[in-house]
Design a binder for this molecule. Structure first.
Ligand SMILES: [Zn+2]
Ligand SMILES: [Zn+2]
Length: 102
């Protein structure tokens, strides 16, 4: 199950569960769309994978027991663990390989 992390690891923008600009990699590293497009160029700085829009969990239980109230979003903010200058070099080395071929 997705944790639905609360912020962008790069710019710390709030990304609440209903945010349409939240992007995640396969490990659920979470960034905002602007950082993915203008800083990361679709390269996750933690794993090298590409990003996809984060799905939005329904607020109400359309089906019994499955909704945001039952499975709450994470409140634990995540900060980037790599130095920013290292990320730039990392991204340069990966961005020209399309995600399906990484
Ligand atoms: Zn951001
Ligand atoms: Zn990742």
């Amino acid at each position: 199950m997705l944790q639905l992390r609360p912020n962008c690891e790069w710019c710390d923008k709030d990304l609440p569960p209903a945010a349409t600009d939240a992007r995640i990699c396969s490990y659920e590293c979470t960034f905002c769309a602007e950082c993915v497009e203008t800083v990361l160029f679709n390269v996750c700085p933690n794993c090298g994978g590409g990003f996809a829009p984060r799905p939005i969990r329904p607020v109400r239980a359309w089906r019994t027991g499955v909704c945001l109230e039952k499975h709450a979003a994470s409140a634990q903010r995540v900060q980037l663990k790599w130095p920013r200058e290292d990320v730039a070099a990392f991204v340069r080395g990966v961005r020209d390989v399309e995600p399906a071929k990484r």
